[in-house]
Unconditional design. Structure first.
Length: 75
């Protein structure tokens, strides 16, 4: 099952047994383009000398890094 939330409404639990995980894990070309743009932006504004991995771990637990575009290469 999965929890689904529609804006301005509460959460609803739905049957998710028939969800095709290959479809939801694949990205369109547009999504991949935006991901590349975001990574480029993130790397451009980053100040390498101020990189603070410990603070990143405090704000975003390491178990979520694989799902965070700008941090997944650091896993």
């Amino acid at each position: 099952s999965a929890a689904v939330h529609k804006k301005s409404y509460g959460f609803v639990q739905v049957d998710a047994s028939d969800i095709d995980e290959d479809v939801i894990s694949s990205f369109s070309e547009e999504e991949e383009t935006y991901e590349k743009l975001w990574i480029e932006f993130f790397n451009t504004i980053a100040i390498v000398s101020r990189n603070n991995t410990e603070l990143q771990r405090q704000n975003i637990p390491k178990r979520f890094w694989k799902n965070t575009v700008e941090l997944k290469d650091k896993v």
